[in-house]
Design a protein around this ligand. Structure first.
Ligand code: SF4
Length: 271
């Protein structure tokens, strides 16, 4: 089985309130300690996984993200952060840039009001992401942009923004409904496959890497803030027992994962 990269949602809390968020862990009464995270990172490395994406919630709010990055890099892992930009500051990059290969920043629109209406920040996200991208480029860390296409932005032309930010990769996701996560909040934001395709066609020259709802099902390896694998199976999540209790192999056997779909959605690329 191809086990190349993993999204480690180790930090449950976030300062944004995105309506479509499908990583709502804040009601968790448990979060992983630093030592539990280290144990999981060791297991990930021993299982032959090559790349670790630190995600949340918002991972840059964690006081020990930098130390987890350093530890992972020392083990030889390719490291990445998926962030809304909050803690990706000059000081953070100065201290930890040598331990980071990729940073993914999330932004959906070139219009401050649209991001705000989606719950993404307090109305200055465009300015913030542009500033952060300049800082990231200066360090030599590779930059990825994630955009969720939904009812509020599917007719927009984001070319100017992407040309300004100049990411190495631009990932474009069709808004995804997940039961018990965003299900009650996003009925007005869903779009059809055709509307998603129209958005892609408008931006084809920028070579977006697109993921439809179908492509996202069972094509990611993800660990939640309880240390469990979780998986999107038919638009709801299933969970394993915690990895630090049963080990990575047993936990992996408790979820479904389709490595072919991982490759089909472009999961393997030049890291
Ligand atoms: S920034 Fe990410 S984790 Fe935070 S609410 Fe938005 S989608 Fe969820």
């Amino acid at each position: 089985m191809v086990l190349e990269s993993i999204n480690f949602h180790f930090w449950p809390y976030c300062n944004f309130k995105c309506k479509y968020c499908f990583a709502r862990f804040e009601s968790s009464n448990l979060k992983l300690s630093f030592n539990q995270c280290i144990k999981i990172i060791n297991d990930i490395s021993n299982a032959g996984i090559k790349k670790i994406n630190f995600a949340g919630g918002e991972p840059s709010l964690s006081p020990f993200l930098g130390d987890l990055l350093k530890y992972s890099k020392n083990l030889g892992l390719i490291t990445s952060i998926i962030s809304n930009g909050t803690g990706i500051t000059k000081n953070f990059l100065k201290e930890f840039s040598k331990s980071i290969d990729w940073i993914g920043l999330s932004i959906d629109s070139g219009l401050e009001l649209t991001n705000f209406n989606l719950g993404r920040g307090n109305g200055n996200l465009v300015k913030k992401i542009i500033k952060r991208s300049v800082l990231i480029h200066k360090t030599g860390i590779k930059l990825k942009i994630n955009t969720v296409v939904n009812r509020l932005n599917y007719q927009e032309d984001l070319s100017w923004l992407i040309k300004r930010i100049k990411p190495e990769r631009w990932k474009v996701f069709q808004i995804l409904e997940i039961k018990n996560q965003n299900h009650p909040y996003i009925a007005n934001l869903l779009i059809s496959n055709t509307e998603f395709e129209n958005f892609l066609n408008r931006h084809l020259f920028l070579k977006p890497i697109a993921e439809t709802n179908q492509m996202m099902i069972e094509s990611y390896l993800m660990i939640d803030p309880y240390g469990r694998f979780y998986q999107n199976t038919n638009n709801s999540y299933i969970f394993s027992r915690p990895i630090f209790k049963v080990g990575i192999e047993s936990a992996l056997n408790e979820i479904t994962y389709n490595p072919k779909k991982y490759i089909q959605r472009g999961g393997l690329y030049a890291w």
